[in-house]
Write a protein that binds this ligand. Structure first.
Ligand code: ADP
Ligand code: MG
Length: 243
């Protein structure tokens, strides 16, 4: 299997609070990995370290065989290879839907406006939002906003998509439309790393599930193992509380 990202001995502290402790894990090409765990266990911090929104305190991030934390590496180029979808959408409210998906391509990837619009439309179709190109985010429902945020990230044509609880801020009736889009993306072979509380979704789409507890990976394995036959007591405890 081809490794896209390998995390080795990653640690992260805020002051004296060690939030991530000696984390090792790998994301392979085409794999869908879901990260589950209690609130405060370090899931968001892990994703934010992977895309360098946070600077790791220690360890290595190996991307396509290179340690991107060594000084000579171009962190900027690395970050363009990762698409990120946040709980709170983070759309540009002053831009319409199309422009939300265009600006990053033009500014960061130096694509022409024409090419960027063509790419944006392609991915807005993928998420079923192509009829809303002229709408402003304020005119959209939460589910629609999140689908635009996904299209915006996809428009950068990243190697890996990172999702941090993409449905946690949504009204319950809108969760399904976003999970459906993500499931369709997973089926296209996109490499995805997803923090989620949606256990049924994780069970259905993951190739591998990572259970985090208090800053460590307490257990990881195929969804059948984690959900039906966990080896760790704390995995069982967590699932008992959530399911
Ligand atoms: P999760 O996403 O699993 O809920 P987080 O990664 O958000 O967990 O947080 C893990 C721990 O790190 C929590 O105790 C949180 O308070 C702490 N933490 C997260 N970000 C910061 C920060 N910027 N400064 C200080 N502490 C933080
Ligand atoms: Mg979080």
């Amino acid at each position: 299997m081809e490794k896209v990202i390998a995390i080795e001995h990653l640690s992260k502290s805020f002051g004296t609070h060690e939030v991530l402790k000696d984390i090792d894990f790998t994301v392979n090409k085409g794999e869908v990995v879901c990260i589950i765990g209690s609130s405060g266990s370090g899931k968001s911090t892990l994703l934010r370290c992977v895309n360098l929104l946070e600077k790791p305190s220690g360890g290595q991030i190996i991307y396509n065989g290179e340690n991107i934390l060594d000084n000579k590496h171009d962190i900027h180029a690395y970050r363009t290879k990762l698409g990120m979808v946040f709980q709170q959408f983070n759309l540009f409210n002053n831009h319409n839907v199309l422009n939300n998906c265009v600006v990053g391509q033009v500014k960061v990837l130096k694509r022409s406006k024409e090419e960027a619009e063509k790419t944006a439309l392609k991915y807005l179709k993928v998420v079923g939002m192509e009829q809303y190109v002229n709408a402003k985010p304020s005119q959209l429902s939460g589910g629609q906003k999140q689908r635009v945020a996904i299209a915006r990230a996809l428009s950068m044509e990243p190697d890996v998509m990172l999702f941090d609880e993409p449905t946690s801020a949504l009204d319950p009736e809108m969760v399904g439309e976003v999970l459906k889009v993500m499931k369709e993306l997973a089926e296209t072979g996109l490499t995805m790393l997803i923090v989620t509380h949606e256990m049924e979704f994780a069970k259905e789409v993951s190739d591998r599930v990572v259970f985090m507890d208090k800053g460590v990976i307490a257990e990881e394995g195929p969804p059948e193992q984690i959900f039906n036959n966990p080896t760790q007591e704390r995995t069982r405890e967590f699932l008992k509380r959530t399911l």
